[in-house]
Design a protein around this ligand. Sequence first.
Ligand code: DOR
Ligand code: ZN
Length: 355
Amino acid sequence: MAASPAGLNVPPQRLRLRRPDDWHVHLRDGALLELVAPATARSFARAIVMPNLSPPITTVAAAVAYGARIRAALPEDSGFTPLLTAYLTDTIDPAEIERGHGEGVFTACKLYPAHATTNAAAGVTDLARIEAVLAAMERIGMPLLIHGEVTDADIDIFDREAVFIERHLAPLLARYPGLKVVLEHITTAESVAFVRQAGPNLAATITPHHLHINRNAMFQGGLRPDFYCLPVAKRERHRLALRQAATSGEPCFFLGTDSAPHPRSAKESACGCAGIYNAPFALESYAAVFEQEGALDRLEAFASLHGPAFYGLPVNDGHITLVREPHTVPPRLHGSTLVPFHAGQVLPWRLADDG
Ligand code: DOR
Ligand code: ZN
């Protein structure tokens, strides 16, 4: 905090940050892509775009075409670069992955355990089936991004991340010590502790929603589909551990919104989809957390520096400015199609329009 002339601490009114990136986002396709891509491009220079479309992105050609559709959904001067990912299946060809990486099309591969989440039916049923892919990725330095949850029906949904680490992630890291791995959208104190002790080849992204809500949010006065996502939010002690990790300044934790829009009709249904649409005010949402934790001076490292360092990419050239200007998040967006995270709430910081 800046010191006032009288020696009193006054909260800052403006924050200038190197332009950040979103290391985990769902931009979808078609009409929904057109609606949501501008929100991500407004705040972020680059984003790791998830490949769980229908059908999923499993070939270089499909990724090239998807990248073109993303760019077409944005103004020409947006300055936004989508970083595309390959969706791993049991039968994906390691040569296709390697070629896509070599040609600069695939930045990373995404591992969804089969049936773990939205459009994950074609995911991996057994890590033993993708050994050749993992060995190739380790050799060429291509990061593996993991949705870290087991899918066994007999494992309680609140334990699925912890069991994944024990059964699958720890053995995977031991088998491929040179493989760069991102454990995406971590939700537990155990994940925080595991990532901390694992060494420089493991990192984790943390979403804004897992920093703001615990599992009670889903049941506040009734069933609240807008707070349902996967991995599902956990107990308060886990939220507090995530806040501590995100604001700690440790390079193994960085920004990944997991913004995952679904139309209201798909959320507010008898079998509602998992996903929270946080892209419109994601940066403002993180800024609120960092301020509450007295760590605004560490927001830039979390949002703009740790991710590029892990991925071996340069940091962005430009800067953005956040201004202290409390504003109410709209309850609905795009003709009531989408409900944004923080709907109807006041956020203290706003991204300045002129950057
Ligand atoms: O809540 C989620 N929504 N978690 C995921 O892992 C996938 C995402 C989606 O694509 O809807
Ligand atoms: Zn996701």
